[in-house]
Design a protein around this ligand. Structure first.
Ligand code: AMP
Length: 280
């Protein structure tokens, strides 16, 4: 396992690998790794000669009132898990290393990133696309694996790669859940036992909405209201429950095929997101 802390050394190493003809798969993460992340590393392992995992809690995607300072970190645990799953390289820069103090360039996607999380976190996707573009230029990957837990993020990155001609294949990976249905997330660590059991309402509500809409596409609005009510009744504070066409990230039209029903809700002070993607 090679661990790099500086952009310069990491990029030099990646360029050497490319020159020697190796293929590279990158898994970008914010660390505190769980089985969802591990599933991405397993997919990357099957795709390329060299698997790189980046571990970086990216300050530019957090708003000042969000949880950047208390975001859970466990670098030694993360390294052990990466070794266990056959990753070859970890890139884990300190916050001050990733951006020059006078950095003034952003990468921004302005359509797919607007609804859902983009509405309640207006500077979030700009931070994500900027850091991911930087990671792509540093790691020189042929493949990058993104989880559908953050489906909108995955679609935004695919659009960035297409629009800006990054020579990279984005591989979407299935959402991994705990046995009781809760979507795995590093932020689940914040939940009390009571909040955690109440938070199961998110997935229950999404599944009920999916069933209702699959049975009758005219039931969309009613199904979303019902889902919001179920999460609220469980003690959650709903940020959004919405249905969108996966290709456009707009409200589904008659011709829409693949849709996403997505939810974000607070349990206590913890904001959780989840989604179901399906054909209508
Ligand atoms: P994060 O560390 O939360 O920024 O996530 C890093 C990557 O892991 C992103 O591509 C996420 O979509 C993915 N990921 C996080 N949780 C899960 C999960 N439960 N299932 C699948 N992928 C996940």
């Amino acid at each position: 396992m090679k661990i790099f802390k500086t952009r310069c050394e990491f990029q030099r190493y990646a360029l050497e690998l490319k020159r020697s003809g190796k293929s590279i798969a990158l898994v970008p993460t914010m660390g505190f790794l769980h089985d969802g992340h591990m599933s991405l590393i397993d997919i990357a392992r099957k795709k390329a000669d060299v698997v790189m995992v980046s571990i970086f809690v990216n300050p530019t995607q957090f708003a000042p009132n969000e949880d950047f300072d208390r975001y859970p970190r466990d670098f030694d645990g993360d390294v052990a898990k990466c070794i266990d799953h056959g990753a070859d390289v970890i890139f884990a820069p300190e916050p001050g290393e990733m951006y020059d103090p006078d950095a003034s360039c952003w990468v921004e996607e302005v359509n797919l990133s607007k609804p859902l999380c983009g509405r309640s976190r207006p500077t979030f996707y700009r931070g994500v696309t900027t850091v991911v573009a930087k990671l792509f230029l540093l790691a020189q990957p042929d493949y990058a694996v993104f989880g559908l837990k953050d489906a909108q993020q995955c679609f935004v990155i695919q659009k960035m790669v297409r629009d800006l001609d990054f020579p990279i294949e984005i591989i979407p990976a299935p959402l991994v859940r705990d046995s009781d249905g809760l979507a795995l997330s590093s932020r689940n660590r914040y939940l009390s036992a009571d909040e955690r059991s109440r938070a199961l309402s998110i997935h229950r509500a999404l599944l009920a909405a999916k069933a209702a809409i699959s049975a009758d596409r005219n039931a969309m609005a009613a199904a979303l209201e019902k889902a919001k009510a179920e999460i609220t009744a469980a003690g959650g504070r709903v940020d959004y429950v919405d249905i969108l066409d996966c290709a456009t990230m707009e409200y589904p039209l008659a011709g829409s095929r693949q849709v996403i029903v997505a939810a974000a809700a607070f349990f206590g002070s913890t904001r959780l997101i989840d989604n179901e993607i399906f054909e209508i």
